[in-house]
Design a protein around this ligand. Structure first.
Ligand code: HEC
Ligand code: HEC
Length: 509
């Protein structure tokens, strides 16, 4: 696709149903040149030398028509999709968002060997390796980091395991990322009306992976230039109403606009499908029962329905894995009925995950080591929050490209299966009665590099990596579940797998 297709673009745009729409594009900012005018193509547009393909060919799913009132928004999302799947890195073509967030692996890391051992993702540059496990970027809730959520006023929101991608708010603590603000609209009220919703933490987050030497390792300016020369550059122009500006004066803003595009796509229905077995069974039941809908659902097996009942009931999972922070449900069969359930409170907890000695530590020592996490209140004692991580969504937690593919769970990927993690929730309190019934004890602390396989074989749990505000002994760790009940919870988690897998745009393949 590197041939100059400029003539074709112009011809095609004018001949296509889109041409009429672009002419009367009601959201065209007033003082910007029209892309296509009544007399033909604007001088600014014609002077552009970028090789491009016709706009219609850049849409692989929802092809906009002249009636698409939101052509700009569709183009912004589609731009984000291209950038997500494109490998934009130094060295070239090594790494893109897709390299660490593969839809086929539930938007997480797609390499079974690395998931089994080191867990942290390698970067584009030789020898570079990350320090923590890539979480799912789908269903990443767009709530800014907030100091107080729910009845207990716990800090919540933001993106990353520690919430440091805060969104478009004043920085709450020192580790905050660079925010994106209204400057991307250049005082265009129509653009602001259209795109303001995308300026949350997901856009904030998208600024990070490109320049990170442990990730895509490429400068903002080089990202801008890459997009300006790509087959999909036209999408930028249609979305933002002007050509991408990669001059020294312009690239920083263009880079932010690319991040907004990534946020827009990550907010789309294509990424957040709500197409799992649970979603379908629930929707079918709502059709039949209307407001009287309740579990058990006819579309789920008896085992899956039992899993739901335990999840929202006795096992207490929904205390954290539910949209309502610290929600307590008196009747589990009337809970979990929200079609938009994301299975996370977006609050930070320490569930007591053991150290993963296979992750290279900051000072070369094995394991993550002490990692200060969100401090939203400057008066907070920073050590109190050690070990706290944002509750991850459980949507797609079992999605994997094949049955034998190993996924790594929790922030450091110490857990390799849902079965063992649920067993951990059940028995992690080694002084509790459930652990005693199963014969589970504390692993020998003299050995500091226990793997999950070794611990399971020895029927023990290693010390949590961090002791600060441990949830073990409080809501988790002594659940009194039988093995049959553990298996039912796992079966329920498996109903949260989306049924469609997003594919890269054909033009990138
Ligand atoms: C080298 C692997 C890698 C690449 C490339 C990468 N990510 Fe990530 N991503 C991660 C890791 C690791 C984290 C967690 C980091 C942390 O919490 O400190 C993460 C976190 C995220 C999150 C936050 C999810 C949440 O719930 O908090 C989003 C969203 C995301 N990435 C999107 C992207 C986008 C968009 C790109 C491309 C611009 C990208 N990532 C590129 C590894 C990667
Ligand atoms: C106290 C809040 C809390 C409770 C209760 C809780 N979880 Fe979690 N869950 C978390 C947090 C926080 C993490 C991430 C911990 C980390 O990475 O250190 C997590 C991680 C997970 C993961 C791994 C997801 C991933 O992508 O890595 C699964 C699966 C899970 N929980 C399922 C459950 C189930 C099933 C229950 C009930 C038996 C439960 N949780 C109870 C807070 C909780």
């Amino acid at each position: 696709m590197s041939i100059h297709m400029h003539g074709i673009v112009i011809g095609s745009l004018l001949a296509s149903p889109l041409a009429g729409f672009l002419q009367c594009d009601s959201v065209q900012p007033e003082d910007e040149p029209e892309l296509v005018t009544e007399t033909g193509v604007s001088a600014e547009f014609a002077a552009d030398e970028t090789p491009e393909v016709p706009l219609e060919l850049l849409f692989d799913g929802e092809v906009p028509t002249a009636r698409s009132l939101n052509l700009r928004e569709l183009s912004l999302k589609q731009l984000g999709k291209f950038v997500f799947f494109d490998k934009i890195s130094v060295p070239a073509k090594k790494q893109g968002c897709i390299s660490c967030h593969d839809p086929a692996a539930g938007w997480t890391f797609p390499d079974t060997k690395i998931n089994k051992a080191q867990v942290a993702a390698p970067g584009a540059a030789k020898g570079a390796v990350g320090t923590i496990r890539p979480p799912s970027n789908a269903y990443a809730r767009n709530i800014p980091l907030q100091p107080g959520c729910g009845p207990l006023a716990l800090p919540c929101g933001g993106l990353f395991w520690d919430g440091r991608a805060e969104g478009n708010v004043g920085p709450l603590f020192g580790g905050a990322t660079t925010h994106i603000g209204a400057e991307v609209f250049k005082n265009s009220a129509p653009l602001e009306d259209l795109f303001a919703d995308f300026l949350g933490p997901v856009a904030d987050q998208a600024l990070q992976p490109f320049p990170n030497p442990l990730e895509q390792n490429i400068s903002q300016k080089a990202v801008c230039t890459h997009v300006s020369k790509s087959v999909y550059a036209l999408l930028y122009r249609v979305a933002w109403g002007e050509k991408i500006d990669c001059t020294n004066a312009g690239f920083a803003l263009s880079f932010k606009r690319i991040a907004v595009a990534l946020a827009a796509w990550q907010a789309s229905d294509e990424v957040n499908q709500f197409s799992s077995k649970r979603d379908k069974a629930l929707a079918a039941e709502v059709k039949l029962e209307g407001v009287n809908v309740a579990f058990p659902l006819k579309g789920l097996t008896a085992q899956e329905n039992l899993g739901h009942e335990l999840f929202y009931g006795r096992a207490g999972c929904a205390v954290c894995h539910s949209n309502e922070p610290l929600a307590v449900f008196p009747d589990p069969n009337r809970a979990g009925l929200d079609p938009d359930e994301l299975y996370t409170d977006a609050v930070f907890h320490n569930i007591g995950v053991p150290r993963n000695a296979k992750i290279p530590g900051p000072d070369g020592s094995p394991g993550l080591g002490a990692r200060p996490l969100v401090i939203v209140d400057p008066d907070d004692d920073p050590t109190v929050r050690l070990g706290q991580h944002k509750t991850p969504t459980l949507r797609n937690v079992d999605k994997r490209p094949s049955k034998s593919f190993v996924k790594a769970y929790t922030h450091n990927g110490w857990f390799k299966s849902l079965e063992s993690l649920v067993h951990f929730y059940n028995t992690a309190d080694v002084d509790g009665t459930t652990a005693a019934a199963f014969g589970v004890t504390r692993c020998d602390p003299a050995k500091t590099d226990w793997t999950e396989a070794e611990a399971l074989a020895a029927k023990c749990w290693p010390e949590p990596e961090e002791q600060g505000t441990l949830a073990i002994g409080f809501v988790i760790g002594d659940l009194g579940l039988t093995l049959t009940e553990e298996a039912a919870i796992v079966a329920y988690l498996k109903t949260l797998t989306d049924t469609k897998t997003v594919k890269p745009p054909p033009l990138l393949q």
